[in-house]
Each structure stands twice: as structure tokens, then as C-alpha cells.
Design a binder for this molecule. Sequence first.
Ligand code: G3H
Ligand code: 13P
Ligand code: ZN
Length: 362
Amino acid sequence: MGGSHRDSRSFFLPLTASGIKMSEICPMGAEFFKSKPDTDFMPLTHTKELFAKALKGKYALGAFNVNNMELLQGIVEACEEEKAPLMLQISKGARQYANPVYLKKLIEAAVSLSNIPIAVHLDHGDTFELCKDCIDEGFTSVMIDASHEPFEKNVEICRRVVEYAHKHDCVVEGELGHLVGAQFDDGEEGGNYSRSGHYTNPEEAVKFVRMSGVDSLAVAIGNSHGAYKFKGEQHLDLERLKAIKQALMDAGLGDYPLVLHGASSVPKDLVEEINRYGGKMGTDTAGVPEADIEVARRTGCTKVNIDTDLRLAMTAAIRKAFADNPKEFDPRKFLGPARTKVKELVRHKVRNVLCCSGHAFD
Ligand code: G3H
Ligand code: 13P
Ligand code: ZN
């Protein structure tokens, strides 16, 4: 997928003017945008290109969930201003909520109006069919999440998606372990790392990657989704993460890309703002400390998934707008501030936590 958009000046030229066809630069992008003539849109950037550069540059990619226009605009504007490469991810629920065509068209607009590399990823694909649909639509990567299945079955399901994806120049994220949070891990058994527990076992990770052929691996190291991640001590098992990375390296799998799901930090100020303006979030909200994400990034978590923090930012801004202007009924007056709040949050993440600011044109 080389050379897609490195020169920001030529980026703005219609591709017809340069004689380059989108389909020649990024077939996935051309597929994603197939309703458009093969002329005047920059393609998506392939996930594998973003991963390779992130691993080399030792930064993490923010994989931000999108399901509406304001979220998308806030994320893309922040990354644009920060010159940060970006992964947009779409869940099954997002497709159901917004309709895949709307999402695709919104992203098409974002890509055509921006000057940064953008990849599009399916988040938590739960069936081969959903993954296939997204591959056919031109997503640059998909996740098949069969982590709830026994090891062998997980491998088998991933293998099937990988075979289809690789034939269509798409890459695949698998998951091993259960994202149930730190408090539910059922302890150590059979050596240093639990085999029967919910956390990812380093030796099994090697076996899983080899047998399934997945291109990146989501790990379970005490992470979980949502705004209530920890009871008690608020930390990821970063030693385990290092052991997983090392085991993959020792097995000859190189600087293998790991993925951290459930990476929202659940900022206290956002929760307080929500509650100040009428929200009722519990006192036990807890996210991943930013210092942990920092270590995860340095350890080789190449893709860091963030959704909850975006939701909190939007909700805080909307609640505040409603409280400040109870007579207002123009949606732009609350969706606008929500978009701005998302933008501020993403700017902070890419600049201070993921350290991918300034890497868009590496
Ligand atoms: O991990 C799941 C993401 O936060 C997406 O959530 O399935 O509610 O869209 P969703
Ligand atoms: P959070 O709920 O921590 O934002 O995690 C999102 C995620 O992992 C999406 O796949
Ligand atoms: Zn997730």
C-alpha cells in the first residue's frame, strides 16, 4: 500500500490530475469507496501500513469507535490538527444503529476532507458472515472475536476469517483471553500464567497466532469494556503483557502487534461533569490509568481501543448544554459542544497518551 498520501501537497490534488487511480494505490480503499468514480478521492490507508509504521515509530494508534457524524468529525478534526494517523472502528451495534451505508458515506466525507492516513476496522466481529461483509465492503481490517469459545474453536473460527481476508488483502485481529476485568481473574494455575483463568497466557498466545494466522492479537490483561473496569486496585497486568510480547518475539513472530481493548481512562472530570448536570453515574467508575497505557504502548500495544471516553465526553457536553440553556431546542446547540468535547479528548489521547501526534506523514 506504499506511497498513498505522504506528500500533503499532492494529497489535495484530484487523483485524476496526477494520473493515479485509487485502485492502484489502495485496493481496499477503492472498494470501500466503490460508489465513487475511481478518480478524486484519497483512499483509506491500509491497516497493515499503519501498524508497520507504528511499530517502527514506537507509538500507538488510537482506534476510536464511531457511530455518528459528530463523533467522527470530532475525532478526525483532532487527528488532522495533531497530524496523527487514525484507525476508525465500527462495531456491529454501530452498523445496526447508523446503517453501514451512512457510516461509509460519513467516512468517505471525512477521508476526502482530511489530510491524514485513515484505516477502517470492524470492532468485535462476532461471525464469519459479518467479517466477510466488511471485507467485501473494503474495510482495511476486521476483528473476529471468538474469545468466548474454547481455544481450538477460537482458532478454527479465526482461521476461516483469515483465509478469506488474506485473499482479499485485508488483515485480521483475533482475541485470546476474556475481557472480564481484573477482579474476575481466577488466579494462577500451571505455571506463572493462568491457563484456566481469563487472562491471556503467553505460550498460548504464540500457539494461537501460529495456528490461526491472525495478524494482530487482542490480549486480556485485566482490561474490560465500559466505565466500571476495576474494583480495588486500578491496574493492568503489565508484566503479563511484556511476557506475551517476549514470547511472540522468542517464537520468531517478530515485533508482533498487540491490541489493547477497554483502554478508556474514564476521566473523573467527565464523570463529575455528567453528575453535576443531572447524571447518575456510580461512585465506582474506574478506567485504565494513563500511565498504564503509556507502558502498554512502550511494550508494543500497537492499537489502543477507545470508545467509553468518547461517550463520556459527548454526554458531559450535552448534559451541560441542556442545563445551561434549558430553553434551547436546536440540536446543533448541544451536538456542537459534544463534538468539540470529543475533539479535545482525542487531541489529549493522541498527543499525550498514544504519542502518535506528528506521525501522520512518516
Ligand atoms: O467494545 C465495544 C465497543 O465499545 C462498541 O460498543 O457494541 O455498544 O457499539 P457497541
Ligand atoms: P472502552 O470501553 O474502554 O472504551 O473500550 C472500547 C473497546 O475496547 C472497543 O473495542
Ligand atoms: Zn473491545
